[in-house]
Write a protein that binds this ligand. Sequence first.
Ligand code: ZN
Length: 463
Amino acid sequence: MAACRARRELRAYHFGTAFLPSGWANDVLIEVGDDGMIATVSPNRPQGAAERVAGIALPGMPNLHCHAFQKGMAGLAERRGPVGDSFWTWREVMYRFLSALTPDDVEAIAAYAYIEMLEAGFTTVGEFHYLHHDPAGRPYADIGEMAARIAAASSATGIGLTLLPSLYTYGGFGGAAPNSGQIRFINPTDRFVTLMERSRAIVAKLPGAAIGIAPHSLRAVSTDQLREAAAIFAEGPVHIHAAEQTKEVDDCVASLGARPVQWLLDEMGLDRRWCLIHATHMTEDETARLASSGAVAGLCPLTEGSLGDGIFNGETYLAAHGAFGIGTDSNIQIDAPAELRQLEYSQRLKARARNVMTTTEGESTGRSLYTRALAGGSQALGQSIGVLAPGYRADIAVLDDNHPDLAGASGDMVLDVMVFSAGRGLIRTVIASGKPVVLDGRHHAREAITKKYRDTVSRLANA
Ligand code: ZN
């Protein structure tokens, strides 16, 4: 009887072509339970009573690193300043932008960023969330007010969420006091524990959501605090920014006597729970050790390019079988294929070679990038996602097989066309947690969410 009831609640989709763990398959029937998880995947099956979804089905891409509010900064930091524009001058613009944001503003901007992500092929977001308090640095009456707004944006759009509340206590290495731009981020450890309890309750009400912790960086927490936080929160993902900038590496050596990735490897026992965001500046030894630790390198190639961070040590890392995923970070551009393209192109420019982010002769670079980013992103977000197989969430990006760029393409070449030529414009339908949220390239709530976003950013610009 129970089995009969479960059968009736399944929703079935039929795809002409789908990318399964075993490879490309035709006439694929995918049944989804009312929990949004895939129940069955059957190739070579007739459509029957299933809904036909035209196109080529891929697992949706996890976006492992995002600060949603930064989406509202489009165009704000592209004018030359008096001297030496850098990550650090960009950060000043970012601090000014966030200083006035209300919870309503954050929700409106996050919702817009999340529909852009869904339309661009991302079906789960890791929100590295550090904008906690009011503009004076006081906790809101509900300490999780801002976390609740992120959850509301996820719920309104249908994107899966791994919420990563950030522990941020100091303004810089050596326990420096926060500056005025940082006061909205600051929590001592005990208040962070309270914030995590509240955030856990918020996330528990949200289907398709998980929680982890995000010690912001080695400059924003003390080493004792980092050890304490990793021990208190002994399960779930741990994300930390590391080695994004050479100044950060120099300051870390001066303060802790080791480079950031080296220090984390030596002192924290990195494993599969950990995701090091950026990991841009690593020695060959750090690169090989990070790869064999089981941790994920959280690469944000478009943002790293935008900020002038540097180039990841991709060739060595891949040769050592290192796991990586991709993140949109500052959201300067939201586009999963473009992140992968930028990753490969930065490696090509560095190595003065082609097809760098693959290790096997004859392997498609698009497939290598896409499948590795699916695996690394899913691991980093601590959810059963990124695979079209039973037991995984039914998050599916469907490509337009009538697109002219796909004329004559089949198999892995489809991924090469998507990553290197057609980009996110190929994505036609997106199913998140088993429900279609993007049809004909457009999110179902785009109109209302865009209006709120436009009103919010216009008001902020004129304030
Ligand atoms: Zn970041």
